[in-house]
Design a protein around this ligand. Sequence first.
Ligand code: ARG
Length: 401
Amino acid sequence: MGRAEKVVLAYSGGVDTTVCIPYLMHEWGVKEVITLAADLGQGDDLDPIRKKALTAGASESLVADLTASFISDYAFPAIQANALYENRYPLSTALARPLIAKALVEAAEKYGADAVAHGCTGKGNDQVRFDVSIAALNPNLKVLAPAREWGMSREEAISYGENYGLEFPVKKSSPFSIDRNLLGRSIEAGPLENPWTEPPEEIYLMTTGIADTPDEPEYIEITFNEGIPSHFNGQVYSPVELVTQINEVAGRHGVGRIDMVENRLVGIKSREIYEAPALLVLIAAHRDLESLTLTADVSHYKRGIEETYSQIVYNGLWYSPLKNALDAFIQQTQKRVSGTVRIKLFKGTATIVGRKSDKALYSEELATYTSDDTFDHKAAEGFIYVWGLPTRVWSEKSRHG
Ligand code: ARG
């Protein structure tokens, strides 16, 4: 008896997930491996990847175009949550995992598989995101993670594959470990493992180095409708097109790089480089529009919700009761968050320079220092008396011992 009869494997076309195919069949007694390659706008041609899985022994090789759902159902809610893990990482990789898990579960159910599999190692967050998401969506499915158990180095994995007739073209081997989708790239390992080492310019693909960015600033406008970005420079775009456009323009001005040491769920600190131009600009613009359209108390309370939201998404709890409850709060707050934000892109910075909204709670009549002022200045005195009363009493009592 093997560990499972029929498995749907998340497939990227890389060495590890390719070696998973013969490994599952020959070491773990799996009878049939169906692969699923997800298109998340990473820009790979998926047809050769589809064929490669068949060569490696897959009985069926599926390709799922998940890009539209990735942006509308995963990225946009995260933007409404202004989600930044540890105040910096906009979750560009983390957001893809629950969606891939959903596609795996749907394929397993459709093809009558008793397990799903992925190529994650035992050190990262992605294994947690896959395993927990799959369990949430269908607790009856087994989850197999060969690379978590096989203990092979990269060279050993390659020669294992070669024993089964697989060929791995010798590419100029990169020391970096990279994950990529339409929202961004994450780059780890190699020389970056020393947190004192400056990242070499060549690792970046979505953002221009400051030395080469335009010498003139560029202004862009993003319009939101109930917290969802809908227009770029006054024109309606599909969610995927909008993100693509903003990635291009912000990246060209060198906006979107992050270099940080982050705390993984498995207890390890890791040095991570990210580039996520559109996602970072959209979160900054969205947060700014909220400052114009939300009441102070909702806005302040939401900051705490945002931090919890970012942590649980990072930690693999996209499909969970707490996440659902936070979503309900966030959705309720977004009804007023409609309007336009103007952003100046220049030499690696995205500065918000203007915002407007029909739903604005900002009142020029109340804010103005001119004679148009309608604020009742005299009312401040009584307010301050009451507001400051506890402090006054405390001070008096402290003076007299
Ligand atoms: N540390 C980031 C995260 O947990 C990036 C993970 C990149 N994943 C990968 N398989 N290379 O979201």
